[in-house]
Design a protein around this ligand. Structure first.
Ligand SMILES: [Zn+2]
Length: 398
């Protein structure tokens, strides 16, 4: 008795699993009924399906996604006159899945369910559509997917390097890195605030000193989706010019320049007691997390982010390095936030320095940074973000 019960369970689950993996279910036919209060649309199927529905507005549409199902019939014979359905379209959606789109003349309330074979009928998917008089209302069941999307903002933490007692690099005519990067960072923040789907926090919005460790903490405290530290170089070789983008490296720096830069940027924080260059010995909590597995994923994301930003900057300024460099910048040591450090040009180079202090060039650099990170997030939108939702909407417009 027990054994038989178990066998039934196994058979039941096999029957449930097989149709989706092995052979596609056919959507053979569609039928339509009208009654006073609702419209019933029935799809005749060769077997069971998994399906999802959701609605979109402006214009009103109802989308039905059937996994592992092919359309073998067509909908042209359906008489849609005087119904809420204007037209029915279909297309492939994903691998071997079918999407059916109902173009509607107004919002509807949906009740959908599957019927097993009975009384000479095969498997069926039934959609009952009730017209809604007023504004769109939340549809029941699976429609929740669309209405409850969090659409949250992507949080970008912008870190203008140095500040206060730490001027950063100083040019021949007294141009100060801390001033240049604050302007660029503020312009970038302004641009991000204007863009729907983004929120931005500045590590400093004025001329004051923030320890390196505090900068990392700010990014984590705000649950940043990305951290971008803005700097301007100085090099002993005065001809060195152009922008560079850096990511953290756990091992050695990718070039001698990268090693030098990391030493200089990290050293700027020496005035405080903690020397973050040797963070691994000083702060077991942070150092431990950095070595965590998640680091690899974040580093890969940082490198991708870095190369997208570098690509955007290429049209605005010369590049000092054509690829993303890696070095042990303390300010990038946030284990779970994709982080990059951008050297916008060389304060020590007369030509770069001259441009970097102009409002026009600062704006151009800020725009380049914005475009780079916008492109990155369009390619890699966090699942619950507004941009992810927006892209899903676009995809749904079959
Ligand atoms: Zn700097």
């Amino acid at each position: 008795m027990h054994r038989r019960h178990l066998l039934n369970l196994i058979l039941a689950s096999a029957a449930f699993a097989l149709p989706f993996g092995v052979s596609a279910t056919q959507i053979r036919n569609a039928r339509l009924w009208r009654s006073d209060d609702k419209l019933r649309l029935v799809f005749d199927l060769s077997g069971p399906v998994h399906y999802k529905t959701f609605s979109l507005s402006a214009p009103e549409r109802l989308i039905i996604d059937l996994s592992g199902a092919n359309l073998s019939g067509d909908f042209s014979q359906l008489s849609l006159a005087n119904t809420v359905i204007r037209s029915i379209r279909s297309g492939h959606f994903g691998l071997g899945d079918t999407r059916i789109v109902l173009d509607l003349s107004g919002p509807v309330q949906l009740n959908s369910f599957l019927l097993p074979p009975q009384e000479g009928q095969g498997h069926r998917l039934v959609l009952d559509l009730k017209t809604v008089a007023s504004l769109p209302v939340a549809l029941p069941s699976e429609a929740i997917q669309d209405t409850t999307h969090p659409k949250r903002d992507i949080i970008v933490v912008v870190d203008p390097g140095h500040g206060g007692k730490d001027p950063g690099a100083v040019g021949a005519k007294g141009e100060r890195e801390k001033d240049v990067v604050l302007s660029i960072a503020q312009l970038l923040a302004k641009r991000l605030k204007r863009e729907k789907g983004f929120d931005v926090k500045l590590v400093r919005n004025d001329d004051f000193f923030v320890p390196l460790r505090k900068r990392v903490e700010i990014a984590r405290k705000h649950n940043a989706d990305m951290f971008i530290s803005v700097h301007a170089d100085a090099a002993p070789r005065l001809t060195a010019s152009g922008a560079s983008v850096y990511c953290l490296s756990e091992g050695g720096a990718t070039s001698a320049t990268a090693r030098f830069m990391a030493q200089r940027e990290n050293g700027a924080d020496l005035l405080g007691a903690t020397r973050l260059l040797n963070l691994k010995d000083k702060d077991p909590m942070l150092a431990g997390v950095i070595l965590d597995m998640s680091m690899n994923a974040t580093l890969a994301a940082s490198l991708q982010l870095g190369s997208t930003v570098l690509g955007s900057l290429a049209g605005i300024t010369t590049l000092h390095q054509k690829r993303v460099e890696q070095a042990g910048f303390a300010v990038l040591k946030s284990p779970d936030v994709p982080s990059i450090l951008v050297e916008t040009g060389f304060i020590s180079n007369a030509r770069d320095s001259q441009r970097l202090v102009t409002a026009r060039h600062q704006q151009a650099v800020a725009n380049g940074l914005f475009e780079g990170l916008q492109r990155y997030f369009q390619k890699n939108p966090p699942t619950n973000s507004y941009i992810a939702w927006q892209q899903a909407q676009k995809k749904a417009q079959v």
